[in-house]
Design a protein around this ligand. Structure first.
Ligand SMILES: Nc1ncnc2c1ncn2[C@@H]1O[C@H](COP(=O)(O)OP(=O)(O)OP(=O)(O)O)[C@@H](O)[C@H]1O
Ligand SMILES: [Mg+2]
Length: 252
């Protein structure tokens, strides 16, 4: 999946004309964050306000997690980042090439086999057969699934399906991975395998990832975390500190 928001192609001149180090009202950072949300508010049509003055930044090349109670707005925020929704106020700056991984891979994988599914995401790029083949093999290799290239999707485990979804994003050369509770349907072993794999991908390939979860043991794998409450980020930073805090008052 890709979208049109880009640091290089900002329509918001006030942002584009700033020096490279400019990060608005936030603290100065060494590099521009790959994800930057400033004072975003979002309300469903005729519905309640979900996000209110919500701000966060994910530095490039880092793996961050987003936690919060049911209904606190985590999935809505991810959809805003993917430009599937538009905020009523505030601004979102994000790298242009985004990969989105859903909670349930059966809602995402559409082709009959592993290789065909990863190739499907490349259709819009009008590549040659050899280029598609190379991209598919490279992406499946990155998630250790190359031996399953011809395997039917129905014959995969839940964890393998999630890795196919991630390979689909990697094949499109995405720079940012957005993952909405990708381990929710997995058993504990597959869960930790997947989170460790995404951690490795982020570090090896220079990706940036934002991962929504309720599972506190996953915090051991990330560089930082945000806690969302009633549409606002109420805590952020060191995942071990957040884990301690949430172990005392768990996220439901
Ligand atoms: N399509 C929709 N139309 C109207 N309201 C919606 C829609 N989708 C979600 N909501 C509402 O928006 C609020 C935030 O939902 P969201 O799915 O972002 O929460 P969440 O933090 O992801 O929760 P969970 O942990 O259960 O996945 C909820 O009150 C929900 O009922
Ligand atoms: Mg959700």
């Amino acid at each position: 999946m890709s979208n049109s928001g880009s640091f290089a192609r900002q329509e918001d001149d006030s942002f584009a004309n700033q020096p490279a180090m400019y990060v608005g009202k936030l603290e100065p950072l060494e590099v521009l964050p790959a994800i930057q949300v400033q004072d975003v508010s979002f309300r469903w049509y005729k519905g309640e306000t979900v996000l209110e003055s919500c701000s966060l930044e994910v530095p490039q090349g880092e793996f961050w997690m987003l936690l919060g109670t049911n209904g606190s707005g985590k999935s809505t925020l991810l959809k805003l980042l993917a430009k599937l929704l538009q905020p009523q106020t505030g601004s979102i700056h994000i790298s242009p090439h985004i990969g989105f991984v859903f909670q349930n891979p059966d809602h995402q994988l559409v082709m009959p086999t592993v290789g065909a599914d990863v190739a499907f995401g490349l259709v819009a790029e009008k590549l040659t057969y050899a280029q598609v083949r190379r991209r598919v093999e490279e992406a499946l290799n990155a998630v250790n699934l190359l031996p399953l290239l011809r395997r039917p999707i129905y014959a995969l485990s839940g964890g393998q399906k999630q890795r196919v979804a991630i390979a689909g994003a990697i094949a499109t050369r995405c720079e940012v991975l957005l993952l909405d509770e990708p381990t929710a349907l997995l058993d504990p072993d597959s869960q930790l395998e997947l989170v460790a794999q995404v951690q490795r991908l982020v570090k090896d390939r220079g990706l940036t990832a934002l991962w929504v979860t309720h599972r506190l043991d996953e915090l051991d794998y990330c560089d930082g975390a945000f806690l969302l409450e009633q549409g606002k980020v109420v805590d952020r930073g060191d995942p071990h500190r957040l884990k301690q805090r949430l172990m005392q008052t768990p996220v439901s």
